[in-house]
Write a protein that binds this ligand. Structure first.
Ligand code: NAP
Length: 288
């Protein structure tokens, strides 16, 4: 790919940024579609975030992703945010208007999660009982998607107050939805008739690969699906334990790919080559 005076710029801002899979994923898609665009990793410390965001349109960027630790602190620096951002409370994608230079904050994590559930044929119809482990940023996106789909969701978190805060926040958007907060001590009781269990905690993520967010001795609900948003490693201990108990287990790589695919489509207006994006992520995860 030649970079010249017509090359359009995309990127991802984070701190640190060395382990991001996004440049490989997006550049593979841009190459596949023969687009003269490039996607760059942008290491931006929290104190330089306002300067970095302000410079984007002047430098001609068309869009960026935002990752840890900037997903919330970037919000007041933007011109507009979508309803999804208001509900989830975090931005992971920014679209920069070519002519006005205005910055719009979006959140594609919720869509990414729902698209991957659909791709894996996980049905979460109205009234489905779901347990979400964790109550942080990923839980907000996942919980918002599940609430919007009419599921009955219980957030189980080691700090129950954080789960309660999340429930209150989501109820301000979906007052009629059945949303509950629970502690890990209550996991046995609240997971009994769950059809889907989603891990949104980092427990089990590299290098902590022997950890699991599931409480020892609590049986997995028969016939349920376990979705682990962790994708490094591709198969976590939670997934292995769930499979050994006869459940279906899905890892978080698809959510990552679909959130990227949604952003790609918004920036370029082109249908994203999802399989090419997934292959690029897997290559980077395996080869490092
Ligand atoms: P976060 O905002 O820091 O929230 C972490 C949550 O996990 C909190 O509720 C925290 O509980 C809980 N937690 C942390 N360590 C734990 C442990 N060892 N055992 C049990 N609970 C623990 O983080 P986040 O932004 O939500 O991200 C969490 C994970 O989601 C990431 O590590 C990543 O793997 C995954 N993720 C995946 C995707 C994807 O596209 N696949 C996207 C986003 C995130 P307290 O409230 O008690 O602190």
């Amino acid at each position: 790919m030649i970079i010249d005076g017509k090359t359009q710029l995309l990127g991802v801002m984070g701190y640190p940024i060395a382990h991001t899979l996004s440049p490989e994923m997006h550049n593979a898609a841009l190459d596949h579609l023969n687009l003269n665009w490039r996607y760059l990793p942008l290491l931006v410390s929290p104190d330089r975030l306002p300067d970095a965001i302000k410079g984007l349109s002047a430098l001609g960027f068309r869009g960026i992703n935002v990752t840890v630790p900037h997903k919330v602190s970037v919000i007041p620096l933007l011109d507009t945010i979508t309803d999804a951002v208001k509900i989830v409370g975090a931005v992971n994608t920014i679209r920069i208007d070519n002519s006005s230079g205005k910055l719009e904050g979006l959140n594609t994590d919720m869509t990414g999660f729902l698209l991957d559930l659909a791709a894996n044929r996980v049905r979460i119809g109205s009234g489905a009982r779901v347990v979400v482990l964790g109550a942080g940023g990923a839980a907000r996106a996942v919980g918002a998607g599940l609430s919007r789909s009419g599921c009955r969701v219980t957030f189980v978190n080691r700090t129950i107050d954080n789960a309660r805060i999340l429930v209150e926040h989501l109820k301000s958007s979906w007052a009629d939805t059945d949303l509950q907060a629970a502690s890990l001590d209550q996991l046995r009781e609240v997971s009994r008739d769950a059809v889907l269990i989603v891990n949104t905690t980092p427990a089990g993520m590299y290098p902590d690969v022997d950890s699991t967010p599931w409480v020892e001795g609590v049986p997995f609900p028969a016939g349920a699906t376990v979705y682990d948003t962790v994708y490094r490693p591709l198969e976590t201990r939670l997934m292995r334990d769930a499979k050994a108990a006869g459940l279906t287990a899905i890892g978080g790589i698809g959510m990552l790919v679909y959130q990227g695919a949604s952003a790609f489509e918004m920036w370029t207006g082109r249908k994203p080559p999802v399989d090419i994006m997934r292959e690029a992520c897997l290559r980077k995860l395996v080869l490092g």
